[in-house]
Design a protein around this ligand. Structure first.
Ligand SMILES: *Cc1c(COP(=O)(O)O)cnc(C)c1O
Length: 541
């Protein structure tokens, strides 16, 4: 940074940054005006299309020393435009269909600014006032969406000081941790002399109840956040047991039941089973009703991880896909995925309003007993008023608006699946159930070669296709025109071998059919010039 751009630390300048807004013609004010009037245009213009390698970007973030001298806001704004904004990811672009995040409704920008300006802290009423009832209402609305209890239930519990119908948090990870925390504490609850795991810890709890271990069962397609959860809760990652899925990527409940029986015969208590409602990789929904039966039979907590797919409940057309979710003890939903809220909005819902008793925490200076402070039932402490943005979307978009968005996303996914199936050089790997599908590029001559090959050659072609798919995905991302993500599945078509596939999420309302056609056309061009293809696959043509 050159010398003349440096400001001087002084009482006056510090007072100024707290009290005086930037001048209308300053760099930051211009940025603010642009994002307020045309966010899409701003992002299109200012995010560089061609990707800069990360090690190049790192050069702008080298110094570990906090700058001694202040910087003028205008100089700083200029720097971040060049160093940060330009090299951000254009998650809102309609041709970027690999993420679970999408374009945001415009009204959220000024509302976010209002939320930041108010700077409420939802940990306690004293620092949030009306934000606390608002958050409780949002939790009530989402609870009603999932569990559909009577009005009297909500008038009794929604604003009750003793309970909460759920917990707002930063995302699905914390929501899943919270759900399993409650499951664990309810299992190892106070009993006679034993004052509960919360007071006496895991070892005392296990000794008291005579369990040799605890286990959590989930589909092999379960999200990695559950691994973190069982680690953190002292259950151990080895005891989060992935159960195989059927051909449609839904968990095999028979196999789960079998595993549960085996564990219980060894003295290991199944603490919870988890249904996934919209797997991160393929978007499929586990048979929730059957899982609820299993949980009832083995008397364990039933959690549903609907972080991504939970918003489907807003569509009357597609909500039957999640049938059985209303029998779950707890449900995770991310508002920052298919509810079009900015990052940092997750929630967990509890069927039983008394569920949070198991994790209740009080402190004298804050979270007094009998207060309506939300912080006494949440893992996180200080939290922003993100519930306001969910509230805004629920009001402004409305259930019917969400229904249209969700129905259109799913329709678009079917349209894209049809495009893929109609082209003999592509191959659909997983059919969309929600708006997520996987596919890959396999020219028809290679398909033929696979059909004709002996076992060893098949494996060689599979391995080469994996490298080729990864190479294509990377080159497409680097060219900056469009983006699909990739993951690894084990489809039976590929002898259950690890298979690298493109993964797309069609939740962006601005993604058109024409864009989807262009993405396939671009992939054909990329394939034709792909070095990995030339080296390893051409010989099979
Ligand atoms: C995204 C996701 C999570 C984790 O949510 P974060 O908001 O990233 O913490 C958990 N489970 C599923 C199924 C998800 O899709």
């Amino acid at each position: 940074m050159d010398q003349k751009r440096c400001a001087v630390a002084s009482k006056e300048s510090l007072k100024r940054i707290f009290t005086v807004p930037e001048a209308p013609d300053s760099t930051l004010s211009k940025i603010e005006l642009e994002i307020s009037s045309n966010l899409a245009g701003f992002l299109n213009e200012n995010i560089a299309a061609i990707e800069k390698p990360l090690h190049e970007i790192e050069k702008d973030f080298q110094s570990a020393v906090i700058p001694e001298d202040p910087t003028f806001v205008s100089a700083y704004a200029q720097d971040i435009m060049e160093q940060l904004v330009a090299h951000s990811v254009h998650t809102a672009a309609p041709s970027f269909i690999g993420h679970m995040t999408s374009a945001l409704p415009h009204f959220l920008l000024p509302l976010s600014k209002l939320m930041v300006g108010l700077n409420q802290n939802l940990v306690k009423i004293e620092t949030s006032k009306a934000f606390t009832p608002l958050e409780r209402q949002v939790l009530g609305m989402m609870h009603h969406l999932a569990y559909g209890q009577e009005d009297s239930f909500y008038s009794k519990w929604m604003h009750s000081a003793k309970t909460s119908l759920g917990a707002f948090c930063s995302g699905g990870t914390v929501a899943n941790i919270t759900a399993l925390w409650i499951a664990r504490n309810r299992l190892l609850k106070p009993d006679g002399d034993f004052r509960g795991i919360g007071a006496q810890g895991l070892i005392a709890g296990m000794l008291h109840y005579g369990y040799k271990g605890l286990a959590v069962l989930i589909s092999e397609r379960g999200h990695y956040s559950l691994g973190k959860s069982v680690d953190l809760l002292g259950i151990g990652r080895d005891n989060l047991i992935g159960i195989k899925t059927c051909e449609n990527n839904k968990v095999d409940v028979g196999a789960m039941r079998e595993k549960a029986r085996e564990l219980e015969s060894q003295g290991i208590k199944v603490m919870a089973i988890i249904g996934v409602a919209g797997t991160t990789e393929t978007g499929n929904i586990d048979p929730l009703d059957e899982m609820a039966d299993l949980a009832q039979d083995i008397n364990c907590h039933f959690h549903v991880d609907a972080a991504w797919g939970g918003a489907t409940l807003l569509s009357n057309t597609h909500r039957p896909l999640l049938k059985g979710i209303e029998r779950a003890d707890s449900i995770t939903i991310d508002a920052h995925k298919q509810m079009y809220v900015p990052m940092g909005a997750g929630l967990v819902l509890f069927k039983d309003p008394a569920a949070t008793d198991a994790i209740e925490h009080h402190a004298e200076y804050i979270l007094r007993k009998g207060s309506k402070d939300l912080g006494s039932h949440t893992l996180e402490g200080s939290r922003p008023g993100m519930a306001m943005l969910v509230h805004a979307c629920l009001r402004v978009i409305g259930r019917k608006g969400y229904e249209m968005l969700i129905d259109r996303s799913i329709k678009k996914a079917h349209y894209f699946a049809d495009l893929i199936k109609a082209d003999e050089d592509f191959e659909l790997i997983s059919e969309p159930e929600l708006c997520l599908l996987t596919y890959r590029y396999v020219p028809k001559q290679i398909k033929q070669a696979i059909a004709d090959a002996d076992a060893a050659t098949r494996l060689d072609i599979f391995a080469s296709l994996n490298r080729f798919t990864a190479s294509m995905q990377k080159r497409q991302r680097e060219s900056g025109r469009s983006f699909v993500s990739r993951t690894r599945l084990t489809p039976s078509k590929y002898d259950n071998q690890p298979t690298v596939v493109f993964r797309v999420v069609l939740a962006n309302p601005l993604t058109s059919g024409a864009i989807l056609k262009e993405i396939l056309a671009e992939q054909k061009e990329l394939a034709a010039t792909d070095p990995v293809f030339k080296k390893y696959l051409r010989k099979y043509m």
